[in-house]
Write a protein that binds this ligand. Structure first.
Ligand SMILES: Nc1ncnc2c1ncn2[C@@H]1O[C@H](COP(=O)(O)OP(=O)(O)OP(=O)(O)O)[C@@H](O)[C@H]1O
Ligand SMILES: [Mg+2]
Length: 250
């Protein structure tokens, strides 16, 4: 087990607003790593840098020892860096199966021109079906994604990301808007995926109870700065964290 992700001294500003300021941390392979913090702390900005949507004004990111600077989100996905979005970004009119196939396709190397397209198609479909089955989504495979209840749409979003065979999966508030039962299902799927497929998880989540129960490392951000980095047991003991969450509401 080594370090899968190394983040060094990240800075990012939007027209003078500091979204991130000197953020450094590393994630061990196989970890369930949480990023928490109040609204506007810079959590989504961090995921956007990691996945290649934004480039930092300073600092660098190493994935499996390799610097990511200059690589597109697609190139990062092919290296094994997957993500889900805070707002759902499914193709609503497309079937669940086709959404998940797209996720699988994104992670493929460009296929050689003579390779029969029908074979690629068949393999993509078989793999997408397997992922759907894993997440108990098979009954909805032909339903347009936008017609599913919100909780299932969130699960399809995760299926699409898993279909890209990520080594590291970035999740932006996967539990937001879910019922307790849906949260329990999701927790089980994520823990199973980590165990069975060896996926490292980095999640941004507001549900503090879930974070402290499931994660083995927690990074707390506030106004773009690191307030705490360590095990879940230390989060509530940190005076800085308590202060950032409205004077001790943690
Ligand atoms: N595209 C953008 N343009 C301008 N400002 C931005 C942009 N994205 C983020 N910001 C600003 O950067 C700061 C961090 O935002 P970010 O979305 O990363 O926070 P967050 O921790 O994900 O918050 P939330 O919990 O509400 O999702 C905020 O002040 C936000 O307004
Ligand atoms: Mg956010």
């Amino acid at each position: 087990m080594g370090t899968i992700l190394e983040v060094k001294d990240l800075h990012l500003s939007f027209k003078g607003v500091k979204a991130l300021s000197g953020v450094s941390f590393s994630v061990e392979e196989g970890a369930f790593f949480a990023v928490i913090g109040p609204n506007g702390a810079g959590k989504t900005s961090l995921l956007n840098i990691l996945s290649g949507v934004y480039s930092p004004s300073r600092g660098e990111v190493l994935f499996q020892g390799r610097p990511l600077r200059g690589l597109s989100p697609q190139a990062r996905a092919r290296l094994g860096l997957g993500r889900t979005f805070q707002g759902l970004e499914l193709f609503r009119g497309m079937s669940v199966l086709d959404n998940v196939k797209l996720g699988a396709e994104l992670a493929l190397p460009p296929y050689p021109p003579l390779f029969p397209r029908a074979q690629v198609e068949w393999r993509l479909r078989a793999w997408a079906e397997e992922v759907l089955d894993y997440l108990h989504l098979s009954p909805y495979r032909h339903t347009p994604a936008g017609m599913l209840p919100y909780g299932l749409q969130k699960r399809v979003e995760i299926a699409r990301a898993l279909a890209g065979r990520p080594r590291l999966l970035l999740l932006d508030e996967p539990m937001a808007g879910l019922s307790l039962e849906e949260k329990q299902d999701l927790a089980r799927f994520l823990l199973d995926a980590r165990e069975e497929w060896g996926i490292t998880l980095l999640w941004v989540e507001h549900d503090l109870r879930a974070v402290l129960e499931l994660s083995d490392q927690v990074l707390v951000l506030s106004y773009g700065e690191v307030l705490y980095l360590g095990g879940p047991e230390g989060v509530k003991k940190s005076a800085k964290v308590a202060e950032a969450y409205l004077g001790g509401a943690v």
